[in-house]
Structure formats: structure tokens, C-alpha cells
Design a protein around this ligand. Structure first.
Ligand SMILES: CC(C)(COP(=O)(O)OP(=O)(O)OC[C@H]1O[C@@H](n2cnc3c(N)ncnc32)[C@H](O)[C@@H]1OP(=O)(O)O)[C@@H](O)C(=O)NCCC(=O)NCCS
Length: 218
């Protein structure tokens, strides 16, 4: 897939479209995204929630919601994707929240960050998972992460499908029968992978800074 980024950038995020023309907006997650995240979680099937969190839960809960949204964008970075053609459930004017991807540095393993991604059910199978993976690889490249780690349930065919064909290697030491761990090396040579790289981390910082200055002015 080739992504097209609709520049210039601003604090509202980056507009793009999938190969089939589906429009989307992507930006770093904000502390104020809690209600959108919580409602997106409740919209998801029990199966998708289980595959993402490895547990059955009906709601995210206030504490986890805060941990997932109020982040430093340094050791923990996250992107949210919205569909601008569908109204948000929480009154935001940027559209319906449909996907999240994050990268969290692994303690004690410099250069390794763990990924988590989720696409809400009605948007699965359209290429958003691939988009998120490309965002994470681009971000990892920008911040010097050498390996992206994926912990996935053995039964997660979607995630295995997404990782297949990539250079991810199974980490035998950390895997067991239920949970498979894969480490994806972040290639420095970006010429051949079809990803439109736009110094994503710079974008992340740009947007985060715009938010900070907006907050300071208030
Ligand atoms: C896994 C997940 C992120 C994939 O997102 P998606 O938007 O459905 O994936 P895409 O449409 O981009 O598909 C990417 C590739 O994976 C493959 N794939 C996707 N779902 C699949 C499935 N259920 N079985 C087999 N392959 C699948 C597709 O064939 C596609 O390959 P292609 O590009 O060669 O055609 C999404 O299904 C999801 O959020 N699942 C629940 C949460 C989860 O499992 N998160 C991962 C654990 S952290």
C-alpha cells in the first residue's frame, strides 16, 4: 500500500486516504481523547477486545483510559485514526474514532518498543491495520527504535496475517503456547517498502507542541 499524506500539516492531524479512496485523519492521541476511546472500546466486539487486551472486559475503566490517553509521547507514543465522513459519538468535529496504534518502550531493553494496535470491527479488513503498522514502523525509524515487539494471542489470525510477509521473527524465549512474541526489525533503508515516510516523529512533536502552546494560551 502507498499512503498519500495531504500536506500541509496542522494540529488537527494529517489527512490521508487508503488505496481504495477511503479518507482518514490521523494524529497523536491526546489526554482529552478518553471519552472517544472509551466509546470506541464499547463499540467493539468482545472478540476484538479480547484479542487486544487478552482479557474479557466490558468497559475500559477510568484508570486504564487515562493511562492510554494521557501519555508523554516520548517513551509511549500513540496515534489515533478517525473517519471524517462519520460523525463522532462524543461531539468531536474530526469524525468517528476508528483505530489506535501505540509504541511503548520496553524497560531494560533499549531500542525495543512494544506495539499495540486495534481497528474497530466495522473498519477491519480494509487496510487500516496495514496503515497502523506503517505508521509505527515510520515512527520507530524516526526515534531510533530498532525492534518493534508484538505480543499476540496464538489464535489471532488477523495479526498473524498482518505480520506475515514482514521480517518479523518469533521470539522463542518470550513466546509460549498461548502468547506469541514477534520482534520486527526496523529497516533503515526505506526505499523499497512503499511507505510514505514524512519524519513522522517530527509530525508527532509538531502536533504535540501545538497542543501545548494552545493549552498555555488558555
Ligand atoms: C489485527 C487488526 C489490527 C488488523 O487490522 P485490519 O484493519 O483488519 O487489517 P488490514 O485490513 O490492514 O489487513 C492487513 C493484512 O492482514 C490480513 N488479515 C487481516 N485480518 C485477517 C484475518 N482475520 N485472517 C487472516 N488474515 C487477515 C489481510 O489479509 C491483510 O493482508 P493483505 O494486505 O496482504 O491483504 C484488527 O483485526 C484488530 O484490531 N483486531 C482486534 C485487536 C487485535 O487483535 N490487535 C492486535 C493485538 S495487539
Amino acid at each position: 500500500m502507498k499512503l498519500t499524506w495531504d500536506l500541509p500539516l496542522d494540529a488537527d492531524g494529517i489527512a490521508g486516504e487508503l488505496d481504495d479512496g477511503t479518507p482518514f485523519v490521523v494524529r497523536p492521541i491526546r489526554a482529552t481523547d478518553g471519552p472517544a476511546l472509551a466509546t470506541a472500546f464499547e463499540r467493539m466486539s468482545a472478540r476484538s477486545r479480547y484479542l487486544r487486551f487478552f482479557s474479557v472486559r466490558a468497559r475500559l475503566g477510568a484508570e486504564l483510559t487515562e493511562r492510554l490517553t494521557d501519555i508523554d509521547h516520548d517513551g509511549h507514543r500513540a496515534w489515533v485514526v478517525a473517519d471524517p465522513t462519520v460523525p463522532s459519538e462524543v461531539g468531536s468535529n474530526e469524525g468517528l474514532g476508528i483505530a489506535v496504534a501505540r509504541l511503548i518502550d520496553v524497560d531494560g531493553e533499549p531500542g525495543v518498543a512494544e506495539a499495540a494496535l486495534v481497528v474497530t470491527d466495522e473498519y477491519q479488513g480494509r487496510g487500516f491495520g496495514r496503515l497502523l503498522l506503517e505508521l509505527l514502523v515510520g515512527t520507530a525509524r524516526d526515534v531510533g527504535i530498532e525492534f518493534i515487539r508484538f505480543e499476540i494471542l496464538f489464535e489471532n489470525r488477523g495479526m498473524r496475517g498482518l505480520l506475515s510477509g514482514m521480517n518479523a521473527e518469533k521470539n522463542e524465549a518470550l513466546s509460549d503456547r498461548e502468547v506469541l512474541v514477534y520482534d520486527l526489525p526496523v529497516e533503515r533503508d526505506d526505499a523499497s517498502d512503499g511507505v510514505a515516510l514524512g519524519a513522522l516523529y517530527e509530525i508527532l512533536r509538531f502536533i504535540a507542541k501545538s497542543e501545548t502552546s494552545l493549552t498555555e494560551e488558555e
